[in-house]
Design a protein around this ligand. Structure first.
Ligand SMILES: [Ca+2]
Ligand SMILES: [Ca+2]
Length: 453
């Protein structure tokens, strides 16, 4: 006699009374989607002993014979742990995989390659399917929480011509079964019950990655080396470790140039996606040189394991580099000295005031203030790199003397100035009072001096 054969893995499955298609998802958990497809190929063997009786191979106490309708129950698990981590399973569907179902197979094969490609599956299993094969998935909330379901197959154990003959040495060799001498009258037959299991789910809690840069704003001279600290993290309310890609960019005039993120305190190499534990953050140093125009340092973090982030607004941060400018001012009399004729009662001397940019950076507002005998005058205008503006300051005098006029020019805001010593200047204007020439005795009624009032 041959030893008793248990042909199938039997798993006691409690069949929950959950109708096909029920979904365990709340509306806040996002769109249900196919999260995995698996290919299951259990088999059902029957054996006839040499005395003619059929063995109970599925352990249900009834003998299993050809042509009988059979019910088979197996448990299945969502095999991909990363899928289980990212999605909450909402339901499971199962359908038999038949010889003309190549499209269905190819879809499932994208996820589950463990049994081989279509040619292998078709040759090894699909040719040996029983008649009237159906399969249905059963699950409840608890089983889905473990990524598990039960599959119930029903089939008629026929026809024999589509079954593998387990007593045939060639068949045994193909199946990897040991050679065996069978007693006369012994029969053994195998059918396969191929099925495709489609797992549906919704994304689990969404991670919230964030990126920060410090400081947020610096003033610098063109060419000056600047150091920033970039911090990338995963908020601790996400329950799993998950990966993200880090990026640093120097944005100059709308063009993006990558910057190197130098790991600090043992932070991982940012060239590859980085795994973050909940609440974990890593710091990197960013070194750049200020350009001759304003620029921005942008840091970004993007999730890798999910397509979503709970709050995109904190996945990017930027620092502004405001380039210092060098404004200067010059002031000089239009004429020096002025001469006040004895024929004139007054004179309006003036000074030229020039505000100019010594650097060649982006345009900035410049405030020019002039102070002199007629008070303070203020002008604001924009000066581009190497630009200048010349204005005059006039005042009226009725006598000779020396007058002082001062000016100062500053970029706005004032602390954009890189070299303050030349932002103030002053000059003196001398007015010489010309006395009338000596012309002899004065005539009555004519005042010889038309000057001072
Ligand atoms: Ca975020
Ligand atoms: Ca200056």
């Amino acid at each position: 006699m041959f030893k008793k054969l248990i042909s199938m893995l039997l798993v006691a499955a409690v069949l929950a009374a959950v109708p096909y298609g029920a979904a365990f998802a709340s509306p806040t958990e996002g769109q249900e989607q196919v999260i995995y497809m698996s290919i299951a190929v259990p088999y059902f063997d029957i054996w006839r002993h040499s005395d003619g009786h059929w063995q109970d191979t599925n352990g249900d106490t009834y003998p299993d014979r050809p042509t009988e309708g059979k019910l088979q129950v197996n448990s299945y698990y969502l095999p991909d742990e990363s899928v289980r981590n990212r999605f909450k399973v909402t339901r499971v569907e199962a359908v038999p995989l038949l010889l003309n179902d190549r499209d269905l197979f190819e879809r499932a094969y994208q996820y589950d390659k463990h049994l081989g490609n279509w040619d292998i599956i078709r040759k090894r299993y699909l040719r040996y399917e029983p008649d009237n094969l159906t399969v249905r998935a059963y699950f409840d909330e608890e089983s889905l929480a473990h990524g598990a379901c039960s599959l119930v197959w029903r089939a008629s154990l026929s026809p024999l011509r589509k079954a593998l003959d387990l007593t045939n040495p060639e068949v045994r060799a193909m199946l990897g079964l040991p050679p065996m001498n069978f007693a006369p009258g012994v029969q053994g037959w195998r059918w396969y019950f191929p099925a495709v299991i489609t797992w549906y789910g919704v994304p689990k809690q969404v991670p919230d990655f964030y990126a920060k840069i410090d400081p947020h704003s610096v003033r610098a001279k063109p060419g000056q080396e600047l150091t920033f600290t970039a911090t990338f993290g995963l908020k601790e309310n996400y329950p799993l470790s998950t990966r993200a890609v880090l990026k640093g960019l120097h944005v100059i005039g709308g063009k993006e140039y990558p910057v190197t993120l130098v790991p600090l305190d043992g932070a991982p190499d940012p060239k590859n996606p980085i795994e973050f534990q909940p609440g974990q953050q890593f710091k990197y140093r960013v070194k750049v040189h200020a350009q001759n125009r304003n620029s921005d340092i942008v840091v970004k973090i993007n999730p890798v394991d999910t397509s979503n982030d709970a709050n995109w607004s904190n996945n990017r941060d930027e620092a502004r580099i405001s380039v210092l400018v060098d404004v200067a001012v010059k002031i000089w009399p239009i004429k020096n000295p002025y001469v006040l004729s004895w024929l004139s009662s007054s004179l309006t001397p003036g000074v030229n005031v020039r505000a100019y940019r010594k650097d060649d950076g982006d345009p900035v507002p410049v405030k020019l203030t002039m102070n002199g005998p007629v008070g303070t005058k203020t002008l604001t205008f924009t000066l581009g790199g190497k630009g200048f503006k010349t204005v005059q300051y006039f005042f009226t005098v009725t006598r000779g003397g020396t007058w002082k006029v001062s000016a100062e020019a500053w970029p706005e805001p004032k602390d954009l100035e890189s070299y303050p010593p030349d932002n103030r200047a002053s000059t003196q204007v001398t007015v010489v009072k010309r006395e009338p020439p000596p012309t002899g005795p004065r005539e009555p009624g004519i005042h010889g001096e038309l000057g001072d009032i």
